[in-house]
Ligand binder design. Structure first.
Ligand code: IPE
Ligand code: IPE
Ligand code: MG
Length: 245
């Protein structure tokens, strides 16, 4: 174990908006897709670091519901890359005791990718180490709409009343209701926005924008983020601990 880690609180749930692949490639005069290839390696490094650090849940934003707006060639390249990466990494994910759960509007994805996602979900379902929440065709607003629709259907069927809805009930209809909310959201690439990422779940997450581009991200950046997290004071609307007595 790294000495830098001793005494640190490890966030239970770290969520990452994996951004900057395109710029990484552009800076080198390479096609954007090359940036995504390199980004995949960063994802692998970060999964391994989370396993090492004992993080419980890692959420990674791999493809947003809005990313369909990109040129067809990039969309196709990204989805194909995801499919082959999952196939290639599955054995190592199992070896690392990682449980993968894909979240998003999966039914709108190419069927071959849906099959690979489902296979990865099933084959890692009983793993008890890191939970890897892979957000694919994910949109925060779409998730809330989907949850509202599911609840509305229960009301229509006579199994619930409108006033039964509260925050805890709505949470049960989200894509991955059993995961704790992210403690720390990291956005590499420097953009200071959420881009429709986990809107419900991040209401009290600590946000950290980092200047490194995703393909350059590694264990040391994750460690720096955890150290920064340890400097934060989370108040959840209350007052600082030292002021409350
Ligand atoms: C993030 O990198 C990967 C996805 C959105 C799938 P980008 O492709 O957005 O990279 P930049 O932001 O253009 O540099
Ligand atoms: C967010 O990055 C989506 C993913 C990382 C998958 P984008 O690059 O799509 O976000 P915007 O368009 O800059 O807001
Ligand atoms: Mg981007």
């Amino acid at each position: 174990m790294d000495e830098a880690l001793s005494g640190l609180i490890i966030p239970r749930h770290i969520a990452i908006i994996m951004d900057g692949n395109g710029r990484w490639a552009q800076q080198r005069g390479l096609p954007r897709l090359q940036g995504h290839f390199e980004g995949r390696k960063a994802t692998r490094r970060v999964v391994e670091a989370c396993v090492e650090f004992g993080v419980e849940v890692l959420s990674v934003y791999a493809f947003s519901a809005e990313n369909w707006r990109r040129p067809a060639e990039e969309v196709q390249g990204l989805l194909t890359l995801m499919e082959s990466a999952l196939q290639e990494e599955l054995a190592d994910l199992c070896g690392n005791n990682v449980r993968l759960i894909p979240t998003g509007r999966l039914g709108e994805l190419p069927e071959s990718l849906q099959r690979v996602l489902e296979k990865a979900r099933q084959e890692t379902a009983s793993n008890s180490g890191l939970t890897l929440n892979l957000l694919v065709n994910y949109g925060g607003r779409a998730e809330i709409v989907d949850a509202a629709r599911s609840f509305a259907r229960r009301v229509q069927a006579g199994w619930a009343a409108p006033d039964d809805l509260n925050e805890e009930v709505l949470r049960q209809y989200l894509y991955a209701p059993d995961l704790p909310d992210p403690d720390l959201v990291i956005r590499p690439g420097g953009e200071q926005r959420l881009s429709n990422f986990l809107l419900w779940q991040t209401s009290y997450s600590e946000l950290l924008v980092m200047d490194v581009l995703w393909p350059d991200f590694g264990r040391e950046h994750l460690l720096a983020a955890i150290i920064e997290f340890n400097r934060r004071e989370r108040r959840f609307g209350g007052v600082a601990d030292t002021e409350s007595d």
